[in-house]
Design a protein. Structure first.
Length: 593
């Protein structure tokens, strides 16, 4: 990583005169002269979309992310340097806290209106006021607000409470919202303003009313059937390829709703979809066999590396209606025992065909240099788990073989995961089988992902202290390369990515310690010292098992041979891959019709 990313005292990027953003030629294997424009990329999605509103939409993919251009910055995958994107140029103050941006004058929304400083200011205001928004946690740092100011029609500044290595990264996550839509609804702000902004653009909204910044806009959506996106011509006014041609190359994208992953694979093998990311050895083998047998014209990139994602299990600490379970789930010795029942190697072998890596902390195995020593302290060990449960008072067994304590409480809980994800269902079932062997009853429940999110992360404060589930397996993807230990919203009590504690009050001392160490790490510009702090955080995670990390699967990518414009080999890795389009930038993707 270049030092200038982290410690530049005065950073200015961009040109002095107006210019569109040019996608570098070295980020595509295709030469502009070879490209054929037009055509539709065919994809599948596992479930229905829930909203057009970026403040409300959940799950991945979601429509707002598919129709969003991005924000002020982008990252060069070769140099790891942040570069201006919507910002034509920007400067950083000497104290490394304030960033001043000048926007490209060519920026336009899909309805033709200019994207200006007002659109960013409106977004920042709403994100800062809406504690249910996905980006709410980025609008403060350790309880102190990020401030922002309009300096002109195309100029604004953002000031952070302190200098951190992640301020550039934080700003890169923040996209504008159309002020003439969301600003009008938000009005003077407050709870009423947030409610009005969140009420915009539900899934029944006429797509022609949507205003987006990305390469594609919504043409139509039929629930349970298909989402069709069409080219946003205004995107091409400020996004060009290296030869000056307007992007995107494609006319549109089409997502078929195919709720079963095996059916998604069958769709790809039949030549009816263009991209597929195999999730295990069997799926990968089927694609390779079809390709080698001449039944499928496709390109395959296998074992590109551990994915920038992880699956984990967590228990609900906020179950006031069931004091027995709430007390049990808050006990670290119980959670340690549950980690020792998670047969990670067996899961990787049986579920992924060996194509995965065990995970034990918030640092994805992809960032192997950042993984702390001895993280497998509570790896699979049923004997130790049994002894721990004995020590917790579950020595006896009922007639059904399930452990009970001295008051007759059965050691039984329900484990939820999403019905669209066979991998997580298999993980749950293997865990269930291992638990049963030592007298723990695990009942499984598989529900649609959006429904699961509503249960795990309820909106009402009263519901946060009495969530209606026992345990869940979900996961997390993405994250940054500057400080791979994680993000504040995972470590914050009540944070929007904290699965075990949504009460907004820290329950165990280590929760506060972990968050304080995280903030300390973000303020440390020396990478070796930052990594040492990350090791301390991981020790707390291992000892307390708030999230019981399970695995990262190896990433594989396959695409129909008609699809062109993938990333060159050096950057065709999970670190830079898109969660939606694999090893390609969708703006530079094209089809050989």
């Amino acid at each position: 990583m270049k030092k200038s990313v982290l410690v530049a005292l005065a950073l200015t990027l961009g040109t002095a005169s107006a210019a569109p953003f040019v996608f570098p030629a070295n980020q595509s294997v295709s030469k502009p002269s070879d490209v054929k424009t037009g055509g539709t990329l065919r994809l599948t999605v596992a479930g229905d979309f829930d909203s057009f509103n970026p403040l409300v939409a959940q799950g991945r993919p979601n429509i707002p992310e598919l129709t969003d251009a991005g924000g002020l910055f982008t990252v060069d995958p070769y140099t790891y340097e942040y570069e201006g994107y919507m910002a034509e140029k920007f400067t950083q103050s000497a104290d490394k806290r304030t960033f001043t941006f000048t926007l490209r004058p060519e920026l336009k929304w899909s309805d033709g209106q200019s994207i200006t400083a007002d659109d960013f200011i409106t977004a920042f205001k709403i994100y800062a006021a809406d504690d249910e928004a996905n980006l709410y946690s980025y609008m403060s740092d350790n309880g102190k607000p990020v401030t922002f100011k309009k300096l002109g029609a195309l100029q604004l500044s953002v000031t952070f409470p302190r200098a951190t290595v992640q301020n550039l990264e934080t700003i890169s996550y923040l996209s504008p919202l159309p002020d003439h839509v969301f600003g009008k609804a938000f009005g003077a702000g407050g709870a009423a303003g947030v409610k009005a902004a969140r009420a915009l653009w539900d899934i029944n909204t006429d797509p022609s009313k949507l205003v987006v910044s990305g390469p594609f806009k919504v043409q139509s959506y039929r629930r349970g059937e298909r989402l069709t996106l069409t080219k946003n011509a205004n995107f091409g006014a400020w996004n060009k390829d290296s030869a000056g041609k307007a992007l995107p190359y494609l006319d549109g994208l089409q997502y078929a709703v195919v709720k079963d992953s095996n059916a998604q694979l069958a769709t790809f093998l039949a030549g009816n979809s263009d991209l597929h990311a195999p999730t295990n050895r069997d799926q990968l083998a089927q694609i390779v066999a079809a390709k080698n047998g001449g039944k499928l014209s496709a390109e395959v990139l296998a074992n590109a590396g551990p994915a920038a994602s992880v699956d984990f299990l967590y228990f609900n600490w906020n179950k006031s209606s069931d004091p027995f379970k709430q007390t049990l789930f808050r006990n670290p010795r119980f959670r340690q025992a549950m980690s020792q029942l998670m047969s990670r190697e067996q899961i990787i072998d049986q579920v992924l065909g060996g194509l995965g890596v065990p995970a034990y902390t918030s640092v994805y195995p992809l960032y192997s240099d950042w993984v702390a020593p001895s993280v497998d302290k509570y790896k699979f060990n049923p004997t130790a788990a049994s002894a721990a449960l004995d020590a917790l008072g579950f020595r006896k067994r009922g007639a059904d073989g399930i452990r009970v304590d001295s008051k007759g409480n059965r050691l039984s809980f329900t484990l939820n995961t999403n019905s669209e994800n066979p991998r997580r269902q298999q993980i749950a079932n293997i865990f269930k089988d291992e638990a049963k062997k030592i007298g723990v009853e695990v009942k499984t429940s598989f529900v649609p992902f959006n429904q699961l999110l509503e249960v795990v992360y309820p909106e009402a404060d009263a519901a946060k202290t009495n969530r209606q589930f026992d345990a869940a397996i979900t996961g997390l993807g993405g994250g940054g390369f500057i400080n791979p230990v994680g993000v504040a919203s995972v470590f914050t009590c009540g944070g929007d990515l904290n699965g075990y504690n949504q009460s907004k009050q820290c329950i165990a001392p280590w929760e506060t310690q972990q968050l304080n160490l995280f903030y300390k790490s973000t303020a440390e510009f020396d990478q070796a010292k930052r990594r040492a702090i990350a090791n301390q955080i991981q020790k707390l995670q291992v000892d307390n098992q708030g999230l019981i990390y399970i695995l990262s699967q190896n990433a594989h990518y396959a695409w129909d041979s008609r699809v062109q414009g993938e990333s060159p080999k050096k950057i065709a890795t999970p670190l830079w891959a898109s969660p939606y389009f694999g090893v390609r930038n969708i703006a530079q993707t094209w089809v050989n019709k």
